[in-house]
Design a protein. Structure first.
Length: 150
């Protein structure tokens, strides 16, 4: 499956990397502070930090790519995304339980898929300053160093 033109690829890569890093910094600034939190569904915790990070990601990514769809753990599902070729898939704070407990095992996770197939993904763990990035067909990196499967 051919990717978009090089200018769109470069824009999306830069947008994803910068936005996920900034979202991680936002989450980290709220980390270990007093946050309102509640349970959604049967047992899934959510906090005002999840919502703040989600809102930041949504505003930044959707403004830059209005023709892309949106699916986030912390947003009401918009079925309009089903008609979109490309969709952002987001977990604003992956590991909310650990985040709320003051643990270091949480991150910001965002992927871009095209026709249900991953194109690019970024995972940022701000506490440990680990930034993982992957591009379909080009492998993955951790802090800009190529990583491999053993």
């Amino acid at each position: 499956m051919a990717d978009a033109d090089p200018a769109v690829v470069a824009r999306d890569v830069q947008l994803l990397q910068e936005t996920v890093r900034e979202a991680g910094q936002l989450a980290h600034s709220l980390f270990r502070t007093e946050l309102r939190n509640w349970t959604k569904g049967a047992s899934s915790p959510v906090s005002e930090a999840d919502i703040a990070v989600n809102d930041f990601l949504e505003a930044r990514l959707r403004t830059a790519t209005p023709d892309y769809g949106w699916l986030s753990e912390e947003s009401v599902d918009d079925e309009e995304r089903l008609g979109r070729k490309r969709v952002w898939i987001v977990d604003p704070i992956d590991g909310t339980r650990g985040y709320l407990a003051g643990g270091e095992d949480w991150c910001v996770s965002v992927a871009l898929v095209e026709n249900e197939s991953p194109l690019r993904a970024a995972v940022f763990a701000p506490v440990t300053d680990e930034f993982f990035f992957a591009v379909r067909g080009q492998g993955a990196t951790r802090n800009a160093q190529r990583i491999f499967v053993a």
